[in-house]
Ligand binder design. Structure first.
Ligand SMILES: O=C1C[C@@](O)(C(=O)O)C[C@@H](O)[C@@H]1O
Length: 152
């Protein structure tokens, strides 16, 4: 919570910088920039702070999550991209900072290859949004801003 406003951190993992051009039949035509612009507009309407972070590097994502421990972040929305299916380190970071999070996937990972069905995050997430396309980010941000408790 910063200045009485809920603070939401949206983290996108590897290859999500290519949203809009990458396999559009799976991920749609909206770019990450479109998602960020819509998120900032929504933040104003919700009277919340929304920060976006994208990295293709696992360690950079771990660093960002650790930073959130002490900067007033009330909730994290994370699309870990390919790290969904591999990253013990990102899972451990989320648990280490004890910040509630929503796991988000643009595509429906359960309707894809079997190895995408397992996530290192789902059993610890407060909520999971899959298969809603880029609109999922808006749903997740609204849920954190309206329903997640303030952190001290
Ligand atoms: O990079 C991604 C994107 C994804 O997280 C999604 O948003 O649907 C699904 C993952 O399996 C994939 O590796």
């Amino acid at each position: 919570m910063q200045g009485g406003k809920k603070t939401v951190l949206v983290i996108n993992g590897p290859n999500l910088n290519l949203l809009g051009t990458r396999e559009p039949h799976l991920y749609g035509h909206e770019t990450l920039q479109d998602v960020e612009i819509a998120g900032q507009k929504q933040a104003k309407e919700l009277n919340a702070n929304v920060t976006f972070f994208q990295s293709n590097w696992e360690g950079a994502i771990v660093d960002k999550i650790q930073e959130a421990r002490t900067n007033g972040t009330d909730g994290i929305v994370i699309n870990p991209g390919g790290f969904t299916h591999t990253s013990v380190a990102i899972r451990d970071a989320l648990l280490a900072v004890s910040i509630p999070f929503i796991e988000l996937h643009v595509s429906n990972i359960h309707a894809r290859e079997e190895w995408r069905h397992h996530s290192y995050f789902s059993d610890k997430a407060k909520a999971i949004i899959v298969g809603c396309g880029a609109a999922g980010y808006g749903y997740a941000i609204e849920h954190v801003a309206k329903k997640f408790p303030e952190r001290p």
